[in-house]
Design a protein around this ligand. Structure first.
Ligand SMILES: [Mg+2]
Length: 245
């Protein structure tokens, strides 16, 4: 039995989250007059990401709701400056201004639409994301991608997150297929590829930066552009030699 469905990660796989966040944060901190509070823009960005990762881990662990995790990020980050911390309403407004800057830079990667078009008739497609369902639904609609996927499963609804096998099982349930007939495409080696491998899916690691000189772990299929996905699936399903180029 071959691969019948493709299950996709969203952030930094379909959607260029890293660039949108970087440009959005720098614009927001500049607008708020906060960049001068840090040694450099890179330092400010690094601390923002550090606070985001801490608060997001608490969200994924179920310790904070999505809105609360945003408030925690503001509290942590502004706590690094000499400024007084705003009340809840002002905190939400502050984060809302960041979100507007961030959304101004929302883009999908240029190889996404061509590969979805190429694979549209051969596979049905679903989504599995460590995030909030309303947040990802809104993002996908704004990016014009939502209708291309038959299912959207997010960690906030299922109560577990990748790399847990239960999260991948929920993503496969959304596609109504057993794990061994589903390929998972994601950008993170441990969270996505090794998690999918452990859960019995076929893991495809989209390694866009291509900075890791080590071979991909056994069982993990690494590509550097989604343009290589159709050829890889041909080989896996039919043992065909992919076209060169
Ligand atoms: Mg990702």
């Amino acid at each position: 039995m071959g691969i019948a469905r493709l299950l996709w990660d969203i952030d930094d796989t379909l959607f260029d989250y890293t660039t949108a966040e970087r440009l959005g944060v720098l614009q927001h901190l500049s607008d708020e007059g906060l960049l001068s509070e840090f040694d450099s823009p890179e330092r400010a960005l690094s601390l923002w990401q550090q606070d985001m990762e801490y608060a997001y881990a608490r969200f994924l662990a179920g310790e904070l709701g999505f809105l609360e995790h945003r408030r925690e990020r503001v509290r942590l980050f502004l706590g690094r400056t000499g400024r007084s911390l705003p009340d809840t309403r002002a905190t939400d407004a502050w984060f809302g201004r960041y979100v507007r800057c961030y959304e101004d830079h929302w883009r999908i990667f240029p190889d996404v639409l061509p590969v979805l078009d190429a694979l549209r008739h051969r596979y049905r497609h679903g989504l599995l994301s460590n995030s909030s369902t309303p947040h990802q639904h809104r993002k996908l609609k704004k990016l014009g991608l939502r209708r291309r996927f038959s299912s959207l499963v997010c960690s906030d609804e299922i109560g577990c997150a990748k790399p847990a096998a239960e999260a991948f099982a929920a993503g496969c349930a959304g596609l109504r297929l057993p794990a061994d007939q589903v390929a998972y495409i994601g950008d993170k080696l441990t969270t996505d590829a090794l998690g999918a491998l452990g859960a019995g899916l076929l893991p495809v690691w989209i390694d866009r930066p291509a900075t890791d000189p080590e071979p991909a772990p056994s069982g993990v299929h690494r590509i550097h552009t989604l343009a290589d996905l159709p050829g890889l699936l041909e080989v896996i399903d039919f043992g065909a030699v992919p076209p060169i180029g």
